[in-house]
Design a protein. Structure first.
Ligand code: PHE
Ligand code: ZN
Ligand code: ZN
Ligand code: CA
Length: 472
């Protein structure tokens, strides 16, 4: 029989609170964090381009082509293959810039885009230097991360949006129906740094479209209030939506005036436009709210990482050799993982093995069960499939009886296989890697489950990080 000892009440409360309230991320926990300084550096370049070219980056003007060349040079240096597509407008020739990364299923394309043109009478730093710079920096960060995308990642910088969405319409009309059908998602970023910002999520295509919900979930996870906006035909997602492609996007506001209710939740100035320099000559370097720009760029990065890796029903098997688990180091919070809310945390009460997030199961010192799950398809073509994770355990228990346990399991339909059981016995507060052969599940879609049960007193913390399902 176990002899319960009283855990110090303050410590018990702290441990319980740390697990129960640990879902709110800290300001630095965004992952991947897209450095806002790099986004600002792209904006400074776009401003210089405008300044050197008569103060604008408008269609048919030299500042537009110089903007295309700047973005193209950055993308190519990072390993993207680019294509420039020209088309004519009443103001002269314009260009779309398309960029793709090597790898990824060519039959399952995920796209993001931003218009790169300004209006004729200004530098267009918020509209739409901000979306262009955010998309560019997220794309560069993704390329630099060395991820192997599951889907084909394609990025579009559109010309002549300000003349009636001409570039995105031209692009879509240049594709065959077969090529259009391969596009699973288009995310649009037109104005993300408005000086008196709001946080709007496009709500125009919700059916079967989880991207909209992923966008709002990110804001919610950061404690940022958001609103839906019906953008209708006001930006470049429209040509994609017309073809039935799932679309969404974010927007920090243009000529519309911020209400007092909106100023209460977002700060800023009620009775003033979200961007009072919208389409004006004052849309220059100082017309940016850096917090909005930072949040927007991080969210663009979040969506890119998420959708590059997501199973969208493509026809090519996922890459081998990579990690089939998503958000495997928990740095995107609870994204993709299901189960008990709370264990996936950046709470500093226990260290992460890498980054700042981990799954902290248990540690409550009270009776309870906590479980996290992720579904994964183990490719039938794999010769080997290995599940691994890093585990760190500490306990207030003593003795050789397992009072608190954590199991690593594979759930295949109604069959649950326990790969290993860990307990307070032999708790080790140094991270150690555990590995299991999952080749028996080749060709099966299974759930990887970590499930913890604690008894009524004396905490045991099972802290997991850096999970992987590697195949070859
Ligand atoms: N497309 C508009 C422009 O470039 C901006 C906008 C975006 C307006 C989304 C409303 C909603 O001027
Ligand atoms: Zn715009
Ligand atoms: Zn505009
Ligand atoms: Ca981590």
């Amino acid at each position: 029989m176990r002899t319960p000892r009283a855990i110090a009440p303050v410590l018990a409360a702290a441990l319980a609170a740390s697990v129960l309230t640990a879902t709110a991320p800290t300001a630095t926990a965004a992952s991947p964090d897209i450095p806002v300084a790099n986004v600002q550096a792209h904006l400074a370049q776009l401003q210089s381009i405008a300044t050197a070219n008569g103060g604008n980056r408008g269609t048919g003007k030299p500042g537009y082509l110089a903007s295309v060349n700047y973005v193209k040079g950055k993308l190519e240096a990072a390993g993207f293959t680019t294509t420039t597509q020209s088309f004519s407008t009443s103001s002269g020739t314009s260009y779309n810039l398309l960029a793709e990364l090597p790898g990824g299923d060519p039959n399952s394309v995920v796209m993001m885009g931003a218009h790169l043109d300004s209006v004729a009478n200004g530098a267009g730093i918020n509209d739409n230097g901000s979306g262009s710079a955010g998309v560019l920096e997220a794309a560069l960060a993704y390329a630099a991360s060395g991820q192997t995308p599951r889907n084909k990642v394609r990025v579009g910088f559109w010309g002549a949006e300000e003349l009636g969405l001409l570039g995105s319409k031209h692009y879509m009309s240049s594709l065959s129906t077969t090529e259009k059908d391969k596009i699973e998602l288009y995310l649009n970023y037109d104005m993300i740094g408005s000086p008196n910002p709001g946080y709007f999520v496009y709500d125009d295509n919700p059916v079967g479209n989880t991207a909209r919900d992923e966008l709002t979930a990110w804001y919610t996870s950061k404690g940022i209030p958001w609103e839906y906006i019906d953008v209708q035909g006001r930006s470049d997602h429209a040509a994609f939506r017309s073809h039935g492609i799932a679309t969404s996007g974010i927007f920090s506001g243009a000529e519309t005036v911020k209400t007092s209710a909106q100023a209460q939740k977002w700060g800023g100035t009620a009775g003033t436009a979200f961007d009072r320099c919208y389409h004006s000559s004052c849309d220059s370097s100082s017309n940016i709210n850096v917090t909005a720009l930072d949040r927007g760029a991080d969210l663009i990065g979040h969506m890119l990482w998420l959708y590059a890796a997501k199973d969208l029903g493509g026809t090519t098997p996922p890459p081998t050799g990579g990690n089939l688990l998503q958000n495997a180091g928990f740095e995107s919070g609870a994204t993709v993982w299901t189960g008990t809310s709370g264990p996936i945390t950046s709470n500093s009460g226990r260290p992460a093995r890498s980054g700042s997030w981990k799954a902290w199961l248990g540690g409550n010192g009270s009776a309870g069960t906590e479980t996290i799950n992720q579904s994964v398809a183990v490719p039938s073509s794999a010769t080997a499939a290995t599940l691994s994770f890093w585990l760190r355990t500490d306990t207030a228990e003593s003795g050789s009886t397992a009072y608190d346990t954590m199991r690593a399991q594979v759930v295949d339909g109604s069959t649950v296989t326990t790969l290993a059981t860990y307990s307070n016995v032999g708790a080790n507060a140094t991270y150690a890697q555990k590995s299991f052969d999952l080749s028996a599940w080749k060709g099966r879609t299974v759930t990887i489950r970590f499930t913890m049960t604690e008894d009524a007193s004396l905490q045991t913390s099972f802290v997991l990080d850096d999970t992987a399902l590697a195949t070859s």
